[in-house]
Design a protein around this ligand. Structure first.
Ligand SMILES: C[S@@+](CC[C@H](N)C(=O)[O-])C[C@H]1O[C@@H](n2cnc3c(N)ncnc32)[C@H](O)[C@@H]1O
Length: 455
């Protein structure tokens, strides 16, 4: 991957999948992807997603909040939004406005937002009461834009009112510069007005309009409305499961396996993403829970039968399940593995060094057997996307240090973000082995997300 500003051309060109609108020639389009809280994973997901789809995108600008890209094709934004667990909003970048370093954002834009432009480009000549919101995203973490959304919003509101429009302004909370997706949705900004976003660097402002926001209600449904939950073992959040599915880079309708499927979160997310999913777990109660959840999911999301199969198996013997399914012609070739895996016990208090050591030893044994068994059915280049426990201590993590036992079986560790790009992005939070950690506030056992590739 090239340094900033260069073209991002995937190393392997895969067949074009849908997501791109055809029939447009010699035009370029700029989109901005607003990144989720764990932005390193969000960026990694985007780069994998572009690569999986064989898209060439030029990186225009990038920060811990937003990635701006240029493509020569129009994107099917709603579909892409549904398929990316780590992207909070997708924006269309309409203009680029120069700014003096010392100027306030609203000053630099005072001649930009004319009522005619606002009506045409942002509000689509909407009639009646218009709702509009403002967010400011920073392209440089050193930049301060305190109070800018309000100043900008008031300025636009006045201009529109003078032009005779009836307008309601939705602003970020006092200590924030941006509107959360939930606020954009609840205020109907995308249907009865617009969210105007300014992406600010010290010398340049990109003016953008929000095209879509993450459907937080649907993610909540896919997580909390399932008939069976398992708070003892823990469940992976659907958004993270979706990102991990994207890291596997399989083609539509290919088969992915989760050999520690629990109550089926990764299975459901994989099916929703267009894959056939196979789930196994050593615990028959978890498999019964999976079956119940997936039946609910199938009805709720109108998924046809035969898109998934779950059954009880120890991971050390999962190849036997696969061999049997192959023989009956149900699930012929597994293209990759996406699994949260087993992370060891869940703790209420930080575990002692001896407990951590014992867990790491147990996991080393478990994963030695698992990766040895995977060899029997994975093809060269197939990915194993999984989590390892990362015990959060202050600002640092205690991780399973030595992964040679997996490499020795015949797997390579894949960089989550290619090294040459990562080097130019100092804000990334990558571990020493180029993996990233998904954690939540007050969580003792965080998840290190790691990708192996079969040699
Ligand atoms: C953290 S849970 C997975 C939860 C799952 N990702 C979900 O969201 O529902 C780990 C799972 O690994 C399973 N497990 C533990 N040891 C196993 C083994 N040797 N073989 C297969 N599954 C195992 C446990 O039964 C448990 O369901």
């Amino acid at each position: 991957m090239p340094p900033l500003g260069g073209e991002y051309r995937p190393s392997t060109t895969r067949h074009r999948r849908d997501g791109v609108k055809s029939g447009t020639i010699n035009m370029t389009y700029r989109y901005a992807f607003v990144l989720g809280r764990v932005y390193t994973l969000s960026l990694a997901e985007l780069f994998f997603y572009f690569q999986n789809h064989g898209w060439t995108v030029k990186i225009v600008d990038i920060s811990h909040e937003v990635l701006i890209v240029e493509t020569d094709e129009q994107l099917e934004v709603q579909k892409i939004q549904r398929e990316l667990g780590g992207v909070v909003k997708i924006l269309k970048v309409l203009d680029e406005v120069k700014k003096k370093e010392t100027d306030y954002i609203n000053f630099a834009l005072q001649n930009y937002f004319k009522p005619s432009k606002l009506k045409r480009d942002f509000l689509h000549n909407l009639k009646g009461k218009i709702q509009f919101g403002i967010s400011v995203y920073l392209l440089d973490p050193e930049l301060s834009a305190f109070g800018e959304p309000k100043r900008l919003g008031m300025f636009i509101k006045r201009a529109m009112q003078e032009a005779g429009a009836s307008i309601r302004l939705v602003l970020p909370q006092f200590n924030s510069l941006t509107l959360a997706s939930v606020v954009v949705t609840h205020n109907n900004l995308l249907t009865k007005g617009a969210e105007i976003c300014v992406l600010a660097s010290p010398t340049k402002l990109y003016v953008a309009k929000t095209l879509s926001v993450q459907d937080f209600e649907d993610y909540g449904r896919r997580d909390y409305q399932r008939p069976v939950r398992d708070d003892k073992q823990g469940m992976i959040p659907p958004k993270v499961a979706q990102m991990m599915v994207n890291f596997a880079g399989a083609k539509p309708n290919e088969i992915l396996l989760d050999p520690f499927c629990g109550i089926g979160t990764i299975i459901q997310e994989g099916v929703l993403q267009g894959y056939k999913m196979l789930g196994t777990d050593i615990n028959p109660v978890a498999i019964a829970g999976s079956e119940k959840n997936l039946e609910w999911f199938r009805n709720r999301y109108k998924i046809s039968k035969g898109k998934y199969h779950v059954e009880t198996s120890d991971v050390a013997e999962v190849s036997k399940v696969i061999e049997h399914l192959k023989q009956v012609g149900a699930f012929p070739q597994v293209s990759g593995i996406v699994t949260e895996g087993y992370l060891g016990p869940i703790y209420g208090e930080f575990p002692s060094p001896a407990e951590i050591k014992a867990n790491f030893e147990q996991l080393t044994q478990l994963y030695t057997k698992a990766f040895q068994d995977y060899v029997k059915f994975l093809s060269k280049g197939a990915k194993v996307v999984m989590c390892l426990p990362a015990y959060k201590k202050g600002d640092s993590y205690i991780q399973l240090e030595n992964l040679d036992f997996i490499k020795d079986i015949g797997y390579n560790l894949v960089d989550l973000i290619p090294n040459n790009l990562a080097e130019s992005l100092p804000f990334l939070k990558l571990t020493d082995r180029a993996t990233a950690i998904y954690d939540r506030k007050d969580q003792i056992v965080a998840r290190e997300i790691i990708i192996f590739e079969k040699l």
